[in-house]
Ligand binder design. Structure first.
Ligand code: NAP
Length: 430
């Protein structure tokens, strides 16, 4: 064991930070033995030093002044578990410039600025670890960084947002409307008071930007990813999905194309026998396909203080070992700027439409004509009386794979048909 301790600065002592501190303070000898060096929690930055904490941390360690960590040359490693973009991005950059290694759980910073921070870290000869930024406790980044390195990654499909998975699960199993399912998720501690980030698919988009960037070693920005949230889904869609043999999930998907990649986040119908269809509650799952390894499924708790701290402290041990050995145990990244993202209109996918139409002759023919003119071939067609709507029928159509642009045009044109009251749902089918 190295005689000089490795000093660590921690930013954030909330849900994740308190579990990181707890592990470091209560399990010191075990962690140090695994790291080959004593790990010393030197300083903890918070906003309010007077706040009551769930973990017992000596008041001498707490500070509200970032300089107490960033300018302390004895601190070699900065763990950032505060969250948000600024000022945290600047703290991370300052730390790297000062020659500190960084471990972060911050998906926003890594999705928006990860490639630049990793380039800067490579220049300064320090490392940035971010296992906890995607999939909480599931070892994803290390899988890409080390275990799957020999592969050309072909595609990654994931259920990567626990909140939406919980909400969709409750809508499916209990027939709840979305507003009730969201309230239940908030009461159970799975959803924030303002659930927009999750429900709108933003959180999943940040995570997919990180996953796609490391899977293909290209710069994929969150704003390049097609994003659609789960807001439009109604309980009746789950009944039709089941009837057709599907589950409905918020899917983050990326796939390699010649010279480009596909990257999209949206609700989708998944065949019931697909592993992602079986992901329950707030769990996350990531389905990776590599040319050498074939298919790999990684499943686990994608959030929560303890699983996320498991990833953060795991990174710390790995980093500590490589610092003490004087070698970087993991390869650094080199990001290719030239590879672009395929626009959603050019993506080929299957689709599900649910519409309300007048129950009279000629409607089905009119709908069929729109699809034919857009070059979209129909795979299944269900017509049911919609009892709640007088003289109205519910039409459910699924299609064979077509260009997304054609599917969207068909959707708009059908909504304009005289006999169609509304196209109530549109979902892509995996
Ligand atoms: N919670 C999860 O399940 C989970 C899972 C995966 C990843 N993450 C990521 O982990 C990070 C932390 O999440 P969390 O849930 O632990 O958040 P949290 O409970 O809100 O805790 C945030 C902590 O950071 C401190 N903080 C925030 N802004 C700060 C600033 N500008 N300067 C100094 N301290 C600041 C807060 O200080 P005060 O306590 O004084 O207010 C608080 O202690 C986020 O990036 C999040 O996305 C969280």
């Amino acid at each position: 064991m190295n005689s000089r301790p490795l000093n660590v600065g921690l930013i954030g002592l909330g849900t994740v930070g308190s579990q990181v501190a707890e592990r470091m303070l209560s399990w010191g000898p075990q962690l140090s033995r695994r790291a080959g060096v004593e790990l010393c929690l030197k300083r903890v930055l918070v906003r309010d030093v007077a706040k009551r904490r769930t973990v017992e941390v000596s008041s001498d360690l707490l500070t509200a002044d970032p300089a107490d960590l960033l300018d302390d040359q004895s601190i070699e490693v900065l763990i950032e578990v505060a969250g948000g973009d600024e000022p945290i991005r600047s703290y991370v950059e300052q730390a790297i410039r000062a020659g500190k290694h960084v471990i972060t759980a911050n998906k926003v910073v890594m999705a928006k600025h990860g490639p630049e921070l990793l380039d800067l870290a490579a220049e300064k000869n320090v490392d940035v670890y971010f296992e906890a930024a995607v999939g909480g406790g599931i070892p994803l980044i290390s899988a890409f960084r080390t275990d799957l390195q020999a592969n050309r990654i072909e595609r990654v499909s994931a259920v990567i947002n626990g909140t939406t998975n919980y909400v969709l699960g409750r809508m499916a199993s209990a027939g709840l409307p979305m507003s009730d399912a969201v309230r239940e998720a908030q009461d159970a501690g799975y959803a924030e008071a303002d659930p927009t980030d999750d429900i709108g698919g933003f959180d999943a988009t940040y995570k997919l930007a990180i996953l796609a960037s490391i899977a293909y070693e290209i710069k994929v920005r969150p704003d390049e990813i097609f994003r659609e949230g789960i807001e439009g889904i109604e309980p009746v869609d789950f009944r039709y999905a089941r009837e057709l043999g599907y589950a409905i999930k918020l899917i983050a998907h990326t796939q390699r194309h010649p010279g480009r990649v596909e990257a999209r986040v949206h609700p989708a119908m998944i065949p019931l026998d697909h592993p992602l269809a079986r992901v329950e509650g707030a769990e996350n799952a990531v389905f990776v396909e590599g040319d050498l390894v074939g298919q790999v499924l990684l499943v686990g708790q994608g959030a929560g203080g303890r699983p996320t701290a498991s990833a953060v402290v795991g990174d710390l041990i790995d980093l500590a070992r490589s610092i003490r050995r004087g070698v970087q145990s993991r390869p650094s990244f080199s990001f290719d700027d030239r590879v672009g993202v395929v626009p959603i209109g050019e993506v080929k996918t299957r689709a599900y439409y649910r519409m309300l139409a007048e129950d009279r002759p000629g409607v089905v023919a009119a709908v069929g004509q729109v699809f034919a003119e857009e070059g979209v071939s129909i795979s299944s067609f269900i017509q049911k009386d919609a009892w709640s709507h007088d003289q109205t029928a519910e039409l459910v159509v699924t299609t064979h794979p077509s260009l997304d642009a054609s599917l969207q045009r068909a959707r708009e044109r059908m909504a304009r048909l005289e006999a169609v009251r509304s196209v109530s749902s549109f979902l892509r089918v995996f």
